[in-house]
Design a protein around this ligand. Structure first.
Ligand SMILES: Cc1cc2nc3c(=O)[nH]c(=O)nc-3n(C[C@H](O)[C@H](O)[C@H](O)COP(=O)(O)O)c2cc1C
Length: 437
């Protein structure tokens, strides 16, 4: 019988949890314990990986002030994903840990060294979410006035990937000899300078870390624009996306696979993950009531608008909440997310757009019901799409232990019982787990 399994991943960030709600952890996750326990729950449920989102600025687009984002703890405070990835990786044995690191922030040498170190610390389970950043506010923290246009960011990122690739290869696989008798640690003839001189980067090399178990981290990417999709198809081991419904998912995956094949890659080497935010209950009515409770809450609309304003650098506070948007908006930032959010032509008011953001902004399809109902729907959707996996997340990335338990102890066993997801890990390396099916 054909293997109908798909992969599971989780998308979160190092910010306060669902701190205002009765089942929240309280908004003080900075010692990492809450998220380490979350990673352990993911491992218990045999997820491929947990992925940590990141941004490098305090949002102040919504209402042209940072006051509201601070008041709501919306995208701020946000702590560094790299040390959290290490902490989560060292508290687990099988789960992949993925940190978002921007090509606009790290010099390539630092990123290659950091990634190699984390991959060794986690015994080959590190992934890098390759982002090119999306905000002028970020650029101002790194000596720039404005972020370069998307095309230029991707041109820089292409060269960036070439440089880090050369750095990861600057030590031959058998360069470390560790010959105690003859006193030879590494063989100098197998460690090479890279002497890279390009339009954007000049790096001599070699890297000063030993080859890590995966040699280079697993690359994740989320390109949505045509240029971004080509970049992802060329480099990524896994692609994360928010699509519109099953048809949108199917079309996106087919497009990525066609681009990968045109670039000479085996499309099966790339796993496409679609964001979903299941809303679960003991009955379908309870699940729907809970979904509505979240998306209709006073704070939710504001949280969504702060968040979408931050990542598109469009101030949504200037628009009337009870009217449709007056024009189709464009951004130099996260264009795919903006297009999905504004649902141009739907006639929905801004308030309705924000409320449907509960599932719409981050969910590629509606999944509301009992664990059994949602598992059936996920299985049907994946069969239609053709593979490869789902990236479970929560509206505006707020998370609670209760929700984690609902997914890991409610939904995942239903998926496992249907033969749809893994029940045990077979491989040590994250890349091998991704390529298992
Ligand atoms: C699931 C998902 C996760 C993302 N995570 C981040 C992130 O952590 N940090 C970031 O700056 N951008 C993030 N992005 C944005 C993408 O990196 C990218 O900028 C966006 O999809 C737009 O692609 P484009 O530039 O090709 O239009 C994410 C996008 C998606 C769909």
């Amino acid at each position: 019988m054909a293997d109908k399994r798909f992969h599971l991943a989780w998308f979160m960030n190092f910010t306060p949890d669902e701190w205002r709600e009765p089942f929240g952890q309280g908004g003080n996750p900075w010692d990492g314990r809450f998220y380490i326990e979350m990673a352990q729950a993911m491992e218990r449920a045999c997820f491929d990986l947990i992925m940590i989102e990141d941004k490098l600025m305090v949002p102040e687009t919504y209402g042209r002030s940072r006051d509201l984002s601070l008041k709501h703890a919306m995208m701020v405070p946000k702590a560094d994903p790299a040390p959290l990835a290490v902490a989560m990786g060292m508290a687990t044995q099988h789960l992949g840990v993925v940190a978002t690191l921007s090509t606009m922030a790290y010099p390539p040498f630092m990123l290659a060294r950091l990634s190699s170190t984390i991959d060794s610390l986690t015994k080959g389970r590190f992934g890098w979410n390759v982002v090119t950043s999306a905000e002028d506010l970020m650029a101002k923290n790194f000596g720039m006035d404005k972020l370069p246009p998307r095309e230029d960011r991707y041109a820089m990122a292409e060269e960036y990937m070439e440089v880090v690739g050369k750095l990861f290869d600057s030590w031959e696989p058998d360069a470390v000899v560790l010959d105690r008798k003859n006193g030879i640690y590494a063989d100098g003839s197998k460690v090479h300078a890279i002497d890279h001189k390009g339009p954007f980067y000049q790096v001599r090399g070699p890297l000063n870390t030993v080859p890590s178990p995966q040699r280079r981290p697993v690359y994740l990417q989320a390109g949505a624009s045509p240029r971004g999709r080509d970049f992802a198809a060329r480099h990524a081991d896994a692609i994360v996306s928010v699509a519109n419904g099953v048809e949108g998912m199917k079309a996106f995956r087919a497009d990525i696979r066609a681009r990968a094949a045109a670039l000479g890659r085996d499309p099966d080497e790339i796993k496409v993950f679609f964001c979903i935010t299941p809303s679960l209950g003991e009955t379908e009515a309870e699940a729907r009531a809970r979904y509505e409770h979240v998306t209709m809450s006073d704070n939710f609309v504001t949280d969504v608008l702060i968040s979408i304003s931050a990542i598109t650098e469009i101030d949504f506070s200037i628009y009337d909440l009870d009217k449709p948007l007056p024009e189709k908006l464009v951004t130099n930032g996260e264009s795919g997310t903006l297009d999905k959010f504004q649902q141009w032509g739907s006639g929905k008011t801004l308030r309705e757009l924000a409320a449907s953001g509960g599932g719409g902004l981050v969910s590629s399809m509606e999944l509301i019901g009992t664990p059994a109902q949602v598992a059936d729907k996920m299985g049907e959707a994946m069969a239609e799409v053709g593979g490869d996996g789902f990236l479970i997340t929560t509206p505006v990335l707020r998370v609670s232990r209760r929700y984690i338990t609902e997914i890991c102890d409610g939904l995942v066993p239903e998926l496992q019982a249907r033969g749809l997801v893994r029940t045990e890990y077979k491989h040590q390396l994250l890349r091998d787990n991704l390529r298992e099916f």
